[in-house]
Design a protein around this ligand. Sequence first.
Ligand SMILES: [Zn+2]
Length: 114
Amino acid sequence: MSKFDAENAADAGANSFLDKRRLETTLLVFKQLDPASIVNGIPTSAGYLTRDFIFAGEIRETCPECQTPHLKLVLLQVGVIKPHLVCPLCTRCFDAFYVDGTPALETPFFCSFD
Ligand SMILES: [Zn+2]
């Protein structure tokens, strides 16, 4: 086995480990949502106009559309009909589910930040 083959074998082993690790940590499945169905706003020629919302934090997962890291969590608050995740770059909105189909963003809390 040449040095090159040994390095490739080591890389393949590392990649296999990372692939397995990635599968083990993939906990959420995303479904893109129509913003008009989850937040109150006004459709305009420039897009869907809403009030500013307060983000409850970021999650580790990346946007499934543009791969921007750290989707932002929007919980129920004035103007928000359904908790969701939003991409800070492409502004797409997503619902999240565990791999067994259980909704991941259902919450009994109602946050009012007025
Ligand atoms: Zn995005």
